[in-house]
Design a protein around this ligand. Structure first.
Ligand SMILES: [Fe+2]
Ligand SMILES: [Fe+2]
Length: 178
């Protein structure tokens, strides 16, 4: 029997959250080892693999869950995405500067662990995806294929297609204050 669209969607997102979790933990280890080659590898993996994932959440999954959330809870998830975008930009800045300092390691680890918390929050939202109709899940998978075709990384999506200003709280990641 064909797998229901809803099950396909949940399986896809669970799998990607696991990959994000592992790449974020790998990124922390790479910072601690001050290994720029590994930092670049994990940073690119999070940025590139997370792009269509985040875009489809914002364009299709979160709106579909609207009836279960209060407005401020959806805003909370979007603000966590702001934080993720600001964190990736900050980590690219650190990578492009000279050698990795002790302070860079501290700042990177702090922000990456905040992003990791979002990944677990986001995986929790799949409990609500289980309640969607199969028809709705099918339309979300169609939106996801569109995002896959454009294949924008998280940073590209943020600057070219997202249409949302980063909230002030996430700008602190870029300009200090942690
Ligand atoms: Fe997610
Ligand atoms: Fe997310």
């Amino acid at each position: 029997m064909a797998v229901a669209h809803r099950d396909q969607l949940i399986e896809l997102y669970h799998g990607e959250h696991r990959d994000l979790r592992d790449n974020l933990l790998g990124l922390i280890d790479a910072f601690k080892a001050r290994d720029k080659r590994k930092i670049k590898k994990f940073l690119k993996a999070v940025d590139e693999e997370g792009g269509p994932h985040m875009r489809c959440e914002e364009e299709a999954i979160f709106p579909a869950l609207d009836k279960y959330y209060m407005d401020n809870q959806l805003e909370h998830l979007l603000t966590e995405h702001d934080l993720m975008i600001a964190t990736l930009r900050k980590l690219y800045q650190i990578l492009e500067r000279g050698p990795i300092s002790d302070d860079d390691v501290r700042v990177a680890e702090l922000h990456i662990r905040c992003v990791l918390t979002h990944v677990t929050d986001c995986d929790g939202a799949l409990l609500l995806v289980e309640l969607l109709s199969d028809r709705k899940a099918k339309s979300i998978l169609t939106a996801r294929r569109r995002a896959d075709r454009e294949s924008l990384s998280i940073c590209q999506y943020a600057s070219e297609a997202r249409g949302r200003m980063l909230r002030a709280s996430s700008l602190r990641v870029l300009f200090g204050g942690c």
